[in-house]
Structures are given as structure tokens and as C-alpha cells.
Design a protein around this ligand. Sequence first.
Ligand code: SF4
Ligand code: SF4
Length: 56
Amino acid sequence: MAYVIEDTCINCGACEPECPVEAISEGDGKYVIDGEKCIDCGACANVCPVDAPVEA
Ligand code: SF4
Ligand code: SF4
């Protein structure tokens, strides 16, 4: 399991530094999560202003 960032992402970048395994990076129009690295901690979802990261 891993989190994914939905299209509602507004590209604010708040989640990237919160990820303990550096799974988040800026993608094309929104931020993206590397599902191979994500450990499902939920830290990104906790800081996101629009609740874009969700459990896949
Ligand atoms: Fe990183 Fe945790 Fe979000 Fe996965 S759930 S992308 S490990 S902050
Ligand atoms: Fe997108 Fe939310 Fe991350 Fe901001 S915190 S870049 S809106 S997923």
C-alpha cells in the first residue's frame, strides 16, 4: 500500500519536506509519490491544505 496524490493538488510543496523517506517530488502539474518508497505514514496528508494525498 502507498499514498497517492490526487489531481486536487495545488502544487504548494508543503508535503515534500514532511515525508520521512523522501518519496514525494514535484511532478507535471502536481506533486507525486513514489509508491516504491512510501511507508504509508500519512504525514503528507496531515499537512496538505486540500487533502490531496489519499491511501490508494
Ligand atoms: Fe511519505 Fe508518509 Fe506520505 Fe508516504 S504517506 S508519501 S511515506 S509522507
Ligand atoms: Fe499538493 Fe497537498 Fe502536497 Fe501541497 S501538500 S503539494 S497541495 S499534495
